[in-house]
Write a protein that binds this ligand. Structure first.
Ligand code: GDP
Ligand code: MG
Length: 320
């Protein structure tokens, strides 16, 4: 691909050009040679969007709920970005095909950007590319960015760490209650949604969840108590209550300095990820490198121990 005119792309994206937004995301997720130029151009524009993460087991209704939330925010006149990340899917399409169908109703809406990421095996993984895609949507003027991810706990994308507000979805009859404790979702949810409330067991799931959330109660007055909202996403029931809960949480995080703290932590983690990725790249370049074999020789000759050798090696790696 020929080099992109980054300044023109960013300007077009800010005007709401969907193709410019798509092209920018492609540039940042693919580690293109222009990645740094793009990120530098975006830096002063980002930080305005409200980032909402939605997570939960496959099939609980994340995509359906996301689509309903898009509709709700559009009704409120907000521009919305959607990032659907599925670290478990090796295909760009397969697992997300259903999402594309569900998101279909928003496809022609110029106030909505939808992007799927299923780039497993990418150097640095999604933890590396998701924040950059979020930043593009943010800079493009999205008021809200909804990030759908699968797989709480073992996910490459720690969505709780990437979002301003993290929504954990459950559904009755999926054994979620027991899984919840295991996967540690009781710590990450700012808002809990029991979807599929049209099915038996929704009240029991909500009760169980409430009980489990209550057990960890060591909250000071003024602390955030995650609400539990029951929804039927497939019929757009309860969506307004979810939006209300999100807005409340957002206001709370702003008031208590939590939002600023979360964003700082997010930035720190991002730098860490980029640094580790860069270091790993340089390590990979070392195979067959003379520096490494020279160190190895000194170790086998008893002149150097592996720890001192590592210090020497790392100094050489980071110096350049
Ligand atoms: N009965 C019922 N089914 C739902 C509801 N929300 C979503 N579904 C269905 O559950 C299935 C999985 O939904 P999806 O949004 O793809 O779940 P995801 O894997 O978490 O993204 C789909 O067949 C949806 O139509 C709901 O509120 N009630
Ligand atoms: Mg989905």
């Amino acid at each position: 691909m020929p080099a992109a005119d980054v300044a023109a792309l960013v300007a077009a994206a800010r005007e709401g050009g969907p193709r410019a937004v798509a092209r920018l995301i492609t540039l940042v997720e693919g580690a293109s040679p222009q990645l740094r130029e793009v990120m530098a151009a975006l830096a002063p524009l980002a930080g305005r969007a409200y980032v909402v993460g939605l997570t939960g087991s496959p099939g609980v209704g994340k995509s359906t709920s996301t689509s309903a939330l898009v509709t709700a925010y559009r009704r409120r006149g907000k521009r919305v970005g959607v990032l659907a990340v599925d670290p478990s899917s090796p295909f760009s399409g397969g697992a997300l095909l259903g999402d594309r169908v569900r998101m279909g109703e928003h496809a022609s809406d110029p106030g909505v950007y939808i992007r799927s990421m299923a780039t497993r095996g990418h150097l640095g993984g999604l933890a590396w590319s998701a924040p950059q895609a979020i930043r593009v949507l943010d800079a493009a003027g999205c008021d809200v960015v909804l990030v759908e991810t699968v797989g709480v706990g073992q996910s490459e994308v720690d969505i709780a760490g990437q979002a301003d507000t993290c929504v954990v979805l459950l559904a009755p009859g999926m054994g979620d209650g027991i899984q919840a404790a295991k996967a540690g979702i009781l710590e990450i949810g700012d808002v809990y949604v029991v979807n599929k409330a049209d099915r038996d067991g929704a009240d029991a799931t909500a009760r169980e969840l409430n009980h489990m959330l209550g057990l960890g109660e060591a909250r000071a007055p003024g602390d955030w108590r995650p609400p539990i909202v029951k929804t039927v996403a497939a019929r757009d029931e309860g969506t307004d209550e979810v939006v209300e809960a999100l807005e409340k949480h957002r206001a709370w995080t702003e008031e208590h300095g939590v939002l600023a703290e979360r964003r700082r932590r997010r930035a720190a983690r991002e730098v860490e990820t980029i640094a580790v990725t860069a270091l790993r790249e340089r390590m990979a370049d070392l195979h067959g490198d003379r520096r490494l074999s020279a160190l190895a020789e000194r170790i086998t000759a008893g002149e150097l121990d592996p720890y001192d050798a590592t210090v020497e090696l790392l100094e050489g790696l980071t110096g350049g």
